[in-house]
Design a protein. Structure first.
Length: 246
C-alpha cells in the first residue's frame, strides 16, 4: 500500500486549465482519507485554487492534501484552517531578465511571432519560474487545442532556448501551449524528494501519476525520484487508478 500519491494536474486530474469535475473531487477527497495526496504542476498557486480547490465536492481532508505549484518550486500545506506557504524558491530578477532576453533572440532566430490574438501575457512571471503561454493564460481550451494541432513550434523554441539557458536552467514543454523555465534541479523530482524527506517515506511508499512522462515534457523529471511511475492518458484513466487504491 502506498502512503503518498503525487499527481500531475493538467491532463491528469483535469483537462488543460480546467477545474476538476465533481467525480474527481469526490475521489480525491476519499483518497486523502487513506493516504497523503500531493498535486504538482507548472501552474501558479492562484491557478491551483481555481482548478483544484474551487469544486465544492472536494471539501474533505485538506490537511492531508499537499500543493506543489510551479513544478514543486513552492509548497503549500493546509494548517490551522488555512493554506500556508512552507517553502518557495524565488527566481532572481537577473535570471528572469536573462530568460526574457533569450526569448527575444529565439523569436528572431526562428522567425516566430505571437498569434494575432492572445488572451493575457505570453511570457508569465510565476515568481519561482517563467512560463511561456503561446496564447496567454486565459485562452479558451478550444483555442489551445487548435494551436497545439496546427501551430505548435514549442520543440523548436525549446531547442533554441537551450542554447542560451543551459546549464543553469531547464526548459520543459508543458500542457497544450506552455513552456516552463526553472532553475536546474528544481522540478517534480525535487518536489517528490522534498515530500519524502518531510514525511519520512521510502521510495516504494510513493507513486507519481502523470500524463506526460516522456522526454522534454515536465512530468519526465519525476522519473529521477525513483518512485513508481503511473502513466495515464487523461482524467478518466486517473479515476480508475484512484478507485483501485480506495
Amino acid at each position: 500500500m502506498k502512503k503518498m500519491v503525487v499527481f500531475d494536474l493538467d491532463g491528469t486530474l483535469t483537462k488543460s486549465k480546467m477545474a476538476i469535475d465533481g467525480e474527481m473531487a469526490n475521489l480525491l477527497g476519499k483518497l486523502s482519507d487513506k493516504m497523503i495526496v500531493a498535486v504538482t504542476s507548472g501552474a501558479s498557486f492562484k491557478q491551483f485554487k481555481k482548478q483544484l480547490l474551487g469544486n465544492g465536492e472536494f471539501n474533505k481532508n485538506f490537511d492531508n492534501l499537499l500543493l506543489l505549484p510551479t513544478n514543486g518550486a513552492s509548497f503549500y500545506r493546509h494548517k490551522e484552517g488555512k493554506w500556508q506557504n512552507i517553502y518557495r524558491h524565488k527566481m532572481k530578477t537577473s535570471d528572469k531578465t536573462r530568460i526574457k532576453n533569450a526569448f527575444k533572440k529565439v523569436y528572431e532566430e526562428i522567425g516566430y511571432q505571437d498569434p494575432e490574438v492572445t488572451y493575457g501575457g505570453v511570457l508569465e512571471d510565476r515568481i519561482c519560474q517563467m512560463t511561456f503561454e503561446a496564447l496567454g493564460q486565459k485562452a479558451p481550451l478550444s483555442k489551445r487545442r487548435e494551436w497545439n494541432k496546427t501551430s505548435d513550434r514549442r520543440k523548436e523554441i525549446k531547442k533554441a532556448l537551450d542554447k542560451y539557458l543551459l546549464p543553469k536552467f531547464q526548459v520543459m514543454i508543458a500542457g497544450l501551449t506552455s513552456i516552463d523555465i526553472l532553475e536546474k534541479g528544481i522540478d517534480k523530482s525535487f518536489a517528490i524528494g522534498k515530500m519524502r524527506k518531510i514525511f519520512k517515506l521510502k521510495k516504494k511508499e510513493v507513486a507519481f501519476v502523470g500524463d506526460a512522462i516522456r522526454p522534454g515534457a515536465n512530468d519526465y523529471a519525476a522519473i529521477k525520484s525513483g518512485v513508481e511511475m503511473v502513466k495515464v492518458s487523461g482524467p478518466e484513466e486517473t479515476k480508475k487508478f484512484i478507485r483501485s487504491w480506495l
